[in-house]
Design a protein around this ligand. Structure first.
Ligand code: SIN
Ligand code: FE2
Length: 212
């Protein structure tokens, strides 16, 4: 689980362009969670509203130059937190380094994210199938880090009708998708109840992107 001959995390292909690095974030788990607490103290988690007027069950915050936001007028990247009206917290070094090295291990060199969305899932919450397509440069991958309770990640193809694979994600797993998989539909099934020693009854997910 800790790595192969070359010191890389175990690499599993989910689809062409999509790689799962199992346990890749484990050496940094506490530092990542401490950094989430620091972000949350500046920009609290909130339930955003979809353009259709629904309250998202996943609670979100973010860090970096810009972060993804949703409200009645649509989805976009914003350089200020609409709740605090201040800049988002800076991206912690441990976030940026992990995202860059994990992307490189998955075959995407020189990934330097400017945006990180932080998702918090309580038991019973889910994230419906969607594409990440609000970023300007789609040649850059998405890097996703899972912490806390396990979840089932759905990973499909470029059309909503493409039947998604179900990929179990555990604490410390990192998924990188780009190239032919960049616009794949993905989502998270309803989170099961449970307790994790580091996060309690919660799952956190970090998604890194080059947004601007
Ligand atoms: C996302 O698609 O923004 C999050 C995916 C996840 O929580 O694993
Ligand atoms: Fe997404």
């Amino acid at each position: 689980m800790t790595g192969d001959l070359f010191g890389h995390a175990q690499r599993e292909t989910i689809a062409e362009g999509a790689v799962l690095l199992r346990g890749r974030a484990l050496p940094h788990d506490q530092a990542l969670l401490d950094a989430i607490a620091g972000i949350e103290a500046i920009s609290p988690f909130r339930h955003m509203t979809t353009p259709g007027g629904y309250r998202m069950s996943v609670a979100m915050t973010g860090c970096g130059t810009a972060s993804w936001v949703s409200d009645r007028s649509g989805y976009r990247y914003a350089c200020r937190d609409p709740e605090t009206r201040q800049a988002w917290p800076a991206m912690p070094a441990v976030f940026r380094t992990l995202a860059g090295t994990a992307a490189a291990e998955a075959g995407f060199a020189a990934f330097d994210p400017d945006a990180c969305l932080v998702n918090r899932y309580d038991p019973g919450t889910k994230l419906s199938l969607h594409q990440d397509k609000d970023e300007r440069d789609l040649s850059q991958p998405v890097v996703s880090v899972s912490l806390g309770l396990p979840a089932v990640f759905q990973f499909g193809g470029p059309r909503r009708a493409d039947r998604p694979r179900r990929v179990p994600l555990a604490h410390g797993d990192v998924v990188v998708w780009g190239g032919p998989a960049r616009l794949a539909y993905h989502g998270v099934l309803v989170l099961k109840d449970g307790t994790h020693p580091l996060t309690g009854a919660r799952r956190f997910n970090l998604t890194f992107r080059k947004a601007l």
